[in-house]
Ligand binder design. Sequence first.
Ligand code: ADP
Ligand code: AMP
Length: 216
Amino acid sequence: MNILFMGPPGAGKGTQAERIVDTFGVPHISTGDAFRLAMKQGTPLGQKAKEYVDQGLLVPDEITNGIVRERLQLEDCNSGFLLDGFPRTLQQAEALDGMLAEMGRSIDHVVNLKVDRGLLLARLTGRRICKACGATYHVMFNPPVQEGVCDKCGGELYQRSDDTEAKVGTRLDEYISKTSLLLDYYSGKGLLREVNGEKEIDEVTGEITACLRGSL
Ligand code: ADP
Ligand code: AMP
């Protein structure tokens, strides 16, 4: 199954992706994770991406499209994929259509997680991520059993440098001006499924699972 997760930063895409990939047996492809890894490793791609990510701006399309193109060719995508955080511009969406057409494939479902802007700031500034396994927590809404320690692997939790109040504003503005128009793009293709992302994490997972199984 070929799935896209849409929604503003903080809507819960990564949190839900961690769960949905286990159920559907597809790899989780997050362009944000790919950029953070390249930045940590200090590769040329990472150095270029850092100029944008650090400011809360979108990385240029040609760089981002190249990463996804390479990733989709890997063997684990033969069973499908869950793309999280891509596409984020119309140009990326059209590029993705082109890549998939070349591979003789297409998107099966686009799930949009809807969350009000007011809640996103609290979600993003309280987000914590495991350095070792990447699991996502929230200091209030989804805390680990022991503060600062990952429940799943015992790894240390950290706060993303772009999860500060100042950068969150820019990231949400980027979403509104460049990404939100994609909802019309996918709605026009009859692929868009809307899910209320403000409910409890388990409830959201249940709704997404039902959507993907075609029973909602
Ligand atoms: P995204 O990948 O869309 O940017 P995340 O999955 O990282 O968003 O979620 C952002 C923050 O909100 C995280 O700290 C996460 O634990 C928390 N969160 C995610 N889903 C919910 C939910 N349904 N209710 C409350 N908090 C949530
Ligand atoms: P995320 O982890 O999805 O919140 O993304 C973190 C940052 O990575 C974003 O603020 C952008 O700077 C960059 N990024 C991630 N995905 C994309 C994309 N599809 N297009 C452009 N920039 C992206």
